[in-house]
Ligand binder design. Sequence first.
Ligand code: FAD
Length: 503
Amino acid sequence: SLPSFVPALVVGSGYGGAVSALRLGEAGVRTLVLEEGKLWNEPGPDGEVFCSVLDPDRRSTWLRTRTQTPLGTFLWLDVVNRDIERFTGVLDRVEHPNMAIYQGRGVGGGSLVNGGMAVVPERRALRRALPTVSPESMYERYFPRARRQLGVNEISPAWFEHTEWYRYARVARRHANRAGLDSVLVPNVYDFAHMRREAEGEAPRSALAAEVIYGNNYGKRSLDRTYLADAVGTGNVRIESLRRVRSVRREPDGTLVVSVRRIDESGTVLESREVGCRWLFLGAGSNGTTELLLRSRETGSLPELSEHLGQGWGTNGNVMFGRSNPLWDPTGGRQSTIPVVGIDDRNNPHGPVFAESVPLPAGVETFVSLHLAITENPERGRFVFDSASDSARLLWDPDQGQPSVTAARATFDPVNRANGTIYRRDLFGDTRAFEDRFTYHPLGGCVLGAATDGHGRVRGCPGLYVTDGSLIPGAVGVNPFVTITALAERNVEHVLAADIGVR
Ligand code: FAD
């Protein structure tokens, strides 16, 4: 059961929430973390906690009766998605008009389902995204701190060059190089020593067993094994799962009170409670945190919140596409699910493009090179509160994805020309080559320095802080979780010293 009051309360256990919980706990502040998803620690009937991409079951998907992969079809056939039982599964796809937001659900948030790519952005991109944040402090202090605590490591280049599991990535790199593009090996939180033991048959397989977007059973240093384990280890932090925070109100003495619903594994609400706290940290992700604050403002419980709330949302310029290789250029039937190659096009006339080589672990040769490009799409959407559905609705027009597509084409049309490859048109349910109707990297909604002050304090409500990806206005040029983590480290350090009185 929940206490009626705790000094510090954290909503959500993704990157922002986990950083806050650890640093509060280390500082001796008693902290309760409320997470809507499950604690993923019990094996299912097959003996594993998570299911694979190739054989998804109810563990895969958040409260739906069918899986929802971005790659909807193959040869236009509906062979990818499966009917499943409704369950609090680990990957959620939040549908807005014209845009679907993917997010992880569970203790560990996005770290449970993501590809683990741990990328520090270039100075130029960081300055553009966070102009009021000192780059020196980020590069010298908070990025190194985040990388260390996340357990970032690098693949051995020698192993990468010969293992069959990364043939697909070497093919993509060769194709890019032929068109004059650079590529880099990208660090990751997946334990590459474990992956090599998987390849040698000495450790249970996870990255090499088609596990990723529905969770990794082994090898990945997700937040439940890093930040959150250490947070609980301080003795000051408790995590409660299957708790959905609905809204926030402020009492005259400054106590912040959240209303919480306990749900079961089919999503049914079992009970509603209130918990008070002195300091409230929101880490429910771009969609979750923004919705919570919009609901609180629009239903009158926190009427003073900023008019900037809901603004500055973007997709991190995400666009996915596949290229069809000639028969003499196979990508390999055996593919590690952990992406390690980034194609880096800094000279793109439409802004830099950073495109990861994404695995397609079908178990058979597909001759497909799949990419997720991160582009500098300047378009921004806005969340508004829809009282009829009691939820946030994203205002995003279909043509706002076009700059991402244009930039991706400017990088990859020459790659196709140099290699005799063509775009696939059978992967996304219709004949489009570029899928820009979803994002894995939702950013913004409670932007730093707009809806919050320069350290994530929510304007109009003392004691309330935003800690997650909603602080970053729409794009950061590379995969975002290292930036989200480092920014949360920076902000919580300041808040602990300035507001909570801990140095
Ligand atoms: P999240 O990690 O989204 O955590 C939010 C948490 O809050 C969730 O656990 C959620 O269940 C919980 N929550 C939400 N609402 C409530 C509520 N009302 N009450 C209680 N709890 C709530 N990024 C990279 O840098 N590298 C990658 O390789 C990469 N690959 C990705 C692959 C996929 C398939 C996906 C979906 C994302 C990927 N990302 C990647 C993106 C990255 O995971 C996100 O940017 C990151 O997780 C966002 O962190 P966050 O702290 O903002 O929130």
